[in-house]
Design a binder for this molecule. Structure first.
Ligand code: PMP
Length: 367
């Protein structure tokens, strides 16, 4: 053996990731099915060309212009406004959350969430040697707030990860949840951060405000967002957070130098200038989602209420057979979530038609 084995706790593990298959209808990774227009692509290309002329230099380590643009974008969600020093960005919100655990987790500390939830959370904990504790969601995938508060007070985590809407169930947190859990996480020494992961925030049904509004009230609150979903820019790899400036400063200690390339920064800034266009299909996708929920229920299936751009449905004695049957018909969805359930991302009207057609056929063959 001329090199050491992989770390003990990683031995035998598979890398995270959905199958990347070249099929006509891809409804498996919660992407926005609508790409940018030619005008938007041209603007991004021009911005990247400009950046290319200075590629001999390292990029702006503090990504100041991008943080200002993201702060302006987030300020639409709160009467209090968001300042650039409250914002931090990285290569996807996955990297943002890993950086949070690098800075605030670690050996002897605990991170927690409530299952079923996003399966990357335990991986951030594992990779930062943070103890992972998982509570449970209720039968309908909502969070039992009293039980969650008690679990936080008992486990005293340094970081609580709370997606809203939750992946893979689509469940949004009720407005009172964030304040309640921020207070619970501030009730012990030295306290915990509450990270509200709003990767799918823009798809929420009306009435539930963004947790961004609560930033001035709770210093231990962090809200993460991404350009990967509603913003239709998954390929860009740009996620960000809003929090107290001291939290951003702490992350600056652990981030790799120049982690956001000049190309990424330029492309993200250009994409943000086209926010109205890139977000323009969100209403349509919400309507398509609600139609999908209704249709699946009409087929006699159990469907979780969804505030996201995906729907969790079931239950199947052999969910893999259903997944495979759909794939055989050119429709790729995701085999994820509790036993017996499947998740479909919301695509274009045509893609959803193809999904429904394929489901109808598969349900006739698979019990
Ligand atoms: N949070 C949740 C709940 C997600 O589902 C995802 C993507 N699947 C992410 C964060 C990470 O997205 P990205 O790194 O593309 O920003």
């Amino acid at each position: 053996m001329d090199f050491p084995p992989i770390r003990e706790e990683l031995r035998g593990l598979e890398p995270y990731g959905a199958p990347q298959l070249d099929v006509p209808v891809q409804l498996n990774t919660n992407e926005n099915p609508y790409g940018p227009s030619a005008a938007c692509a041209d603007d991004i290309a021009a911005a990247v060309r400009e950046a290319a002329l200075t590629l001999n230099r390292y990029p702006d380590r503090e990504h100041v212009a991008l943080r200002a643009a993201l702060a302006a974008y987030l300020s639409r969600d709160t009467p209090h406004g968001v300042t650039p020093d409250q914002v931090w960005a990285a290569n996807g919100s996955n990297e943002v959350m890993l950086q949070l655990l690098q800075a605030f987790g670690g050996p002897g500390r605990t991170a927690m969430s409530f299952a079923p939830t996003y399966s990357m959370y335990p991986e951030y904990a594992r990779d930062t040697s943070t103890t992972w504790v998982q509570g449970r969601r209720a039968e309908d995938f909502s969070l039992d707030l009293d039980a969650a508060r008690e679990a936080v007070e008992r486990e005293r985590p340094s970081v609580v990860l709370l997606p809203s809407p939750n992946n893979p169930t689509g469940t949004a947190l009720p407005p009172e949840a964030v304040g309640l859990l921020c207070k619970a996480a501030a009730s012990y020494e030295p306290g915990g951060l509450v990270v509200v992961d709003e990767a799918y925030g823009e798809f929420r049904r009306s009435g539930v405000p963004s947790a961004v509004e609560l930033l001035p009230t709770y210093r231990n609150l962090v809200v993460t967002r991404t350009m990967s979903k509603a913003f239709a820019a998954a390929g860009l790899r740009l996620g960000y957070l809003a929090a107290d400036p001291a939290i951003c400063d702490a992350i600056r200690v652990v981030r790799l130098p120049y982690h956001l390339s000049a190309v990424t920064q330029a492309a993200a800034l250009a994409a943000l200038r086209h926010a109205p266009e890139l977000l323009g299909r969100v209403d349509e996708l919400r309507a398509e989602r609600d139609g999908c929920v209704d249709w699946l229920r009409e087929q006699g299936l159990t469907v979780a209420d969804s505030d996201a751009n995906f729907v969790l449905f079931g239950t199947f004695a052999d969910r893999h057979a259903v997944w495979q049957g759909l794939l055989d018909r050119g429709v790729l969805i995701r085999e994820v979530g509790p036993d017996g359930w499947l998740r479909v991302s919301i695509g274009t009207a045509d893609e959803m038609m193809a999904f429904k057609q394929a489901m109808t056929e598969v349900m006739q063959t698979v019990a």
